[in-house]
Design a protein around this ligand. Structure first.
Ligand code: ZN
Length: 298
C-alpha cells in the first residue's frame, strides 16, 4: 500500500500570503525503505521530497522536480511531485555514512557544493522549464528559498524536517512553506518576522504529534487565514514502466548499447527510483540502438 499524505493549503484574508504544510512521516519512511537509505540520505532525500510536495501544492497542475547536483558523497539528490497525485525521490549513493557534527546530521557536506535545478512542467508543455542556481547552504530548505527569490522573485519561508530514530527509521517528517504575493504590505513582513522568532522548531511539534495545520500555526499568528479546499493528496509512487525505461536508454551512448546487444542475451535494467527490474530482449535493445542513431543524425 503506497503511503498517502495530505498537503494542506491556506490563504490569509488579505490574500497577500499563501501557505502550505504537510506531515510526511509515512511517505519519507517509504522512500527510505524503497532505497534502503542510510540516515544522511534519508534526511537529504526526505527534505527534498517534502520540498517538492510543498512547491507542487502551489501549482494548479503539472509537476515539480528538484535536483541537487553537488560534489558531496550522496551524489545526485532528486525528488519530484506530480500535481495529479504522486511523488518519488532518489539519491545516487543512499548507503553513504557520515559522522555527526556537533551532534547534528551533516546534510550540508553530504550534498556538497554545486547546482540546484528546479524543473517545472505542465501537461501541455512538451519540455520542462528548468531554473538553476548555485547551492547556497546544502540544507535544502534555504536553497529552495534562495531559488524562489532568484528565479521567481518570490519572497518565501520554508522549513523542512526529517528526524530518524535509533535504527535509521523515520520518526517524524514534515514541512511548512509560505509565499508572499506581489504588493504585500511591510506590516505583513514585520508580523511574519515576529512570528518566526517565536516559532518553535517544527521537529519538536511533529514529535509531539502535531498535525499539518498545527506546525504552520505559529508562523501565521495574528494573520487571519482560512484553509483552501480540497487539500492536496499525494501518494508515494514510481511512475516507471518498460516503455519509460526504454525511452531513457535512448540517451545511452552507442558503444554501451552495442556492447549490450553483442552479448545476445536479455539485459536487466533497474529503475533507479523503485528498484523494479525490467528484462529487455536483444531485439528491444536493437530498436533502441536504431532510434538513438536516428536521433543523433537529427
Ligand atoms: Zn520505478
Amino acid at each position: 500500500m503506497p503511503s498517502v499524505v495530505q498537503v494542506r493549503k491556506f490563504l490569509t484574508d488579505s490574500a497577500f500570503l499563501r501557505a502550505s504544510s504537510v506531515i510526511a512521516t509515512p511517505m519519507v519512511e517509504e522512500f527510505r525503505t524503497t532505497l534502503g537509505a542510510a540516515p544522511i540520505a534519508t534526511i537529504a532525500g526526505g527534505r527534498t521530497l517534502i520540498g517538492s510536495l510543498l512547491l507542487a501544492s502551489h501549482l494548479k497542475e503539472g509537476s515539480v522536480g528538484i535536483q541537487f547536483k553537488g560534489n558531496g558523497p550522496l551524489g545526485r539528490v532528486y525528488a519530484e511531485t506530480q500535481s495529479s497525485g504522486s511523488a518519488r525521490a532518489y539519491v545516487s549513493e543512499p548507503s553513504v555514512q557520515l559522522p555527526l557534527v556537533e551532534n547534528r546530521w551533516n546534510v550540508k557536506d553530504a550534498i556538497g557544493q554545486g547546482l540546484l535545478e528546479v524543473f517545472r512542467g505542465t501537461p501541455f508543455q512538451k519540455s520542462r522549464q528548468i531554473g538553476t542556481v548555485q547551492i547556497q547552504s546544502g540544507e535544502v530548505a534555504e536553497d529552495l528559498v534562495f531559488y524562489l527569490r532568484q528565479s521567481q522573485q518570490i519572497p518565501a519561508i520554508m522549513n523542512l524536517s526529517v528526524e530518524v530514530g535509533e535504527f535509521g527509521e523515520v520518526v517524524g517528517a514534515g514541512g511548512v512553506f509560505i509565499e508572499l504575493m506581489p504588493g504585500h504590505p511591510e506590516s505583513l513582513i514585520s508580523q511574519l518576522e515576529k512570528n518566526l522568532r517565536s516559532a518553535p522548531a517544527i521537529s519538536h511539534l511533529i514529535e509531539a504529534g502535531a498535525d499539518a495545520h498545527q506546525i504552520l500555526e505559529p508562523y501565521l499568528k495574528n494573520l487571519p487565514h482560512t484553509e483552501l479546499q480540497p487539500s492536496f493528496e499525494i501518494k508515494y509512487e514510481c511512475r516507471c514502466s518498460k516503455e519509460r525505461v526504454l525511452e531513457s536508454m535512448i540517451l545511452f551512448d552507442h558503444g554501451t548499447l552495442d556492447e549490450m546487444i553483442e552479448e545476445e542475451k536479455p539485459t536487466d535494467v533497474q529503475c533507479e527510483f523503485c528498484g523494479q527490474v525490467y528484462k529487455l530482449t536483444t531485439s528491444e535493445l536493437q530498436e533502441i540502438r536504431n532510434r538513438s542513431y536516428k536521433n543523433s543524425l537529427n
